[in-house]
Design a protein around this ligand. Structure first.
Ligand code: 4FV
Length: 279
């Protein structure tokens, strides 16, 4: 079965991923290689939290490569002035191409992904696809105005954008991709299914969360949550998740069909509203 890489725009296939393993086969580690001129930024990120634990458990590896190590001049120059003039600098093709080729030698089946505002919008669904495919990823972090187009044409398999805004580098987007994908890898989050109930995973915003104290600055925790009645708690969580989504992100409900369970919960809530507004 071929996995289709997300394409909200075309809805069709934009990249094809082969599942990395047969059913029941122990899952191999997913290897991330991050090409950057600031490896220390990404190293710090991978030494904390869920990503750190996933590295320690061998679920993933996260290796940084300093693009400057592929320069030939004593100033380790990675950028130069743009042909045709204009402001800013452009990343030189030679060090970047050498770094990509070297990373590919280390992980021959890896896909090479450039983080750029021109890329496809990164979503929870995209993260799910990447986690399921478990293919190694070489993440190319641009800086300055961007990278020489000849690298894009020759050595980049995919372009991903984390949002319609311009950052000063691709490192933060690369960390976003690694974080979102890693937490969807089975076992990465400890409690097996906790990622499944998360926001966007079910195409809606999560219910509200509460913890101790039972009363905070006069504000009590909703009674149903301390009732011990799990059926009522699940019903409350579904209802609040739907109503929060209706109020904050109605687009998420409009872009898909509601499940019978969701319709039943929303109808129950509408009846409450009707009672409220009844003359
Ligand atoms: C970006 C984004 C992003 C653009 C020029 C790096 C910067 C600089 N990457 N989603 N939005 N990249 O703004 O992924 O090279």
């Amino acid at each position: 079965m071929k996995l289709k890489f997300f394409s909200p725009a075309t809805g069709g296939a934009c990249g094809i991923f082969e599942p990395a393993r047969k059913a029941g086969q122990k899952r191999r580690a997913m290897n991330f290689t991050v090409l950057t001129i600031f490896p220390e930024m990404v190293d710090a990120f991978s030494q904390h939290g869920i990503v750190r634990r996933a590295v320690e458990s061998g679920t993933i590896s996260c290796r940084t490569v300093d693009i400057r190590d592929y320069t030939k001049d004593r100033h380790r120059t990675v950028d130069d002035r743009p042909y045709g003039g204009g402001s800013g600098m452009v990343m030189k093709p030679e060090p970047l191409a050498a770094a990509i080729r070297d990373a590919r030698n280390a992980y021959p089946s890896a896909r090479t992904v450039l983080l750029t505002p021109q890329g496809r919008g990164f979503t929870q669904e995209a993260a799910r696809h990447l986690a399921d495919a478990a293919e190694d990823l070489i993440l190319v972090c641009g800086r300055y105005e961007g990278i020489d187009e000849r690298v894009c044409q020759g050595l980049i398999d995919d372009e991903i954008s984390v949002g319609d805004y311009v950052l000063s580098g691709g490192e933060v987007p690369a960390m976003i991709v690694i974080d979102a994908v890693t937490r969807l890898i089975p076992g990465a989050l400890g409690g097996e299914d906790s990622a499944e109930k998360e926001t966007f995973v079910q195409g809606r915003i999560e219910h509200a969360h509460y913890t101790r104290p039972p009363v905070f600055e006069g504000e009590p925790v909703p009674e149903v949550l301390v009732s011990g009645n799990h059926a009522r708690i699940e019903a409350w969580r579904l209802e609040t998740s739907l109503v929060r989504t209706l109020l904050k992100r109605p687009d998420l409900l409009l872009e898909r069909a509601l499940t019978p369970e969701e319709k039943k919960a929303l109808k129950a809530w509408c009846r409450k509203v009707e009672t409220l507004v009844a003359d």
